[in-house]
Design a protein around this ligand. Sequence first.
Ligand SMILES: [Zn+2]
Length: 158
Amino acid sequence: MHTDAHGNFKNPGWFLFNLPAGTWYLNQGCIVKADKFQPYELFPYPAADHYFEVGETKLICARNPNKATITPVENKIVLDEKLSKIEYQPALHFVIGHEFGHYRCLCEHKCDLISANLMLANGFNPSQIKLSFEHLFINNMERLNFLQSHFGSKNFLR
Ligand SMILES: [Zn+2]
């Protein structure tokens, strides 16, 4: 802050702060950090099939014939231990995001879209999402085709 030798503000009404990097704004007297820059438009958010309260979710790594399974009532996700060794790490984010999608949706496709949106909102780019599901669904052409059809939508890539 700019003060004179007596500690009085030189320009009352103007304050300089040493805030962390980012864009900040005042909201009703509070200094608030602006949302992260999000360069990609999200997929249309799928309609919810049901609603489970999202609590503090436990992530358990164990043998699981599915890649992952969520029990929303217990706030528990069981990841297959093979996923801990997955070479392409963004795919792990995709799997966890998909499981979180089951808090709102039953349909696997809807959960894939929710996961893709979560990844975009958290700074992943479309190529990383695409590579993630190609990595995960190499033997599931139906899931792969569904998501790939969305990647061709005009609003998604720019
Ligand atoms: Zn699922």
